[in-house]
Design a protein around this ligand. Structure first.
Ligand code: ATP
Ligand code: BTN
Length: 268
């Protein structure tokens, strides 16, 4: 990744105006959290490799060297803590817009699997991990980690992920300039973020997450603290919550929190 190339392509006021590129770090989210209190809003931590990349619920995130985008945006929004998880949808929408701009064909196969996964066709190609620090009921900072498998080949994935995970390269046969995708994520994220802060609504981000949803209309299994529920996904609600019909027929909604979701009507 090249600072000057990213800077040349970035057209934002504050997202990605300051970039810190590491060759090697445990996790860009961890580094962002360590530094957040003295970093300006919009600063982005990037690393070529992560030795302890993390997904939700403390799961491992494979982050081999030089082939992916492993980055974290530091934000200082004036939001109430319960609204912060919605920033995951803002980031997912920004990833969609960036990918679609770089390669419209890739945009056509990109799906957003609520709440935080980026799929290409039916395999996982990326994810978003949003974390925050709250004190006295006020959000001090938020870090939005974005991981994208850009130029990874089959051998770059740990064995247990092969068959489940994919990359931009594996789906299209071409490799992509990670600097361009990174800059386009910043360019897309900033207006979506400002819309969310200014209106209090997800607006465009929600529309994008709906349009490119991997789960709307599908049967899923929701897991939460060891219990599992089967449901049909009807829609995303205005706060980015999942609106579902339970197998018994009741319509209800779920917020992301600790919920994991598996699509159960795969036909492959
Ligand atoms: P799901 O379980 O459906 O993948 P989730 O959001 O519940 O989604 P996470 O908590 O995000 O899962 O954890 C990340 C998971 O993603 C890991 O358990 C692993 O299976 C998978 N994974 C790890 N690294 C990668 C990668 N580079 N690309 C794709 N998948 C990965
Ligand atoms: C998920 O699917 O659970 C989210 C994965 C998020 C991975 C990114 S890579 C950059 C940032 N640093 C991390 O340790 N995780 C996020």
């Amino acid at each position: 990744m090249k600072q000057e190339v990213i800077a040349r392509l970035t057209r934002t006021e504050f997202i990605g105006k300051k970039i810190i590129i590491h060759q090697n770090i445990d996790s860009t989210n961890c580094e962002a959290k360590r530094q957040a209190s003295h970093l300006e809003e919009g600063t982005v931590i990037i690393s070529e490799v992560q030795t302890a990349g993390r997904g939700r619920l403390g799961r491992e995130w494979a982050s081999p060297a030089g082939k992916g985008i492993w980055q974290t945006i530091v934000l200082k929004p004036n939001l109430s803590p319960p609204k912060v998880p919605q920033l995951t949808l803002v980031a997912a929408a920004a990833v969609y817009l960036a990918v679609e701009k770089v390669d419209p064909n890739l945009g056509k196969i990109l799906k957003i699997k609520w709440p935080n996964d980026i799929y290409l066709r039916e395999k996982k190609a990326g994810g978003i991990l949003t974390e925050m620090q709250v004190s006295a009921d006020q959000v001090r900072w938020v870090v939005v980690g974005i991981g994208l498998n850009v130029n990874l080949t089959e051998n770059d994935f740990p064995e247990d992920l092969r068959g489940k995970a994919t990359s931009f390269l594996l789906e299209t046969g071409r490799s992509y300039d990670r600097n361009i995708i990174t800059a386009e994520i910043f360019n897309a994220f900033e207006p979506l973020y400002l819309e969310f802060l200014e209106t209090g609504e997800l607006g465009t981000s929600l529309e994008i997450c709906r349009q490119h949803s991997a789960v709307i209309g599908r049967k899923v299994i929701l897991s939460h603290g060891g219990s599992e529920k089967e449901a049909q996904v009807l829609d995303l609600g205005p706060q980015g919550e999942l609106i579902i019909r339970l197998i018994e027929g009741d319509i209800t909604s779920v917020v992301s929190g600790e919920v994991s979701l598996k699509v159960s009507d795969h036909t492959y």
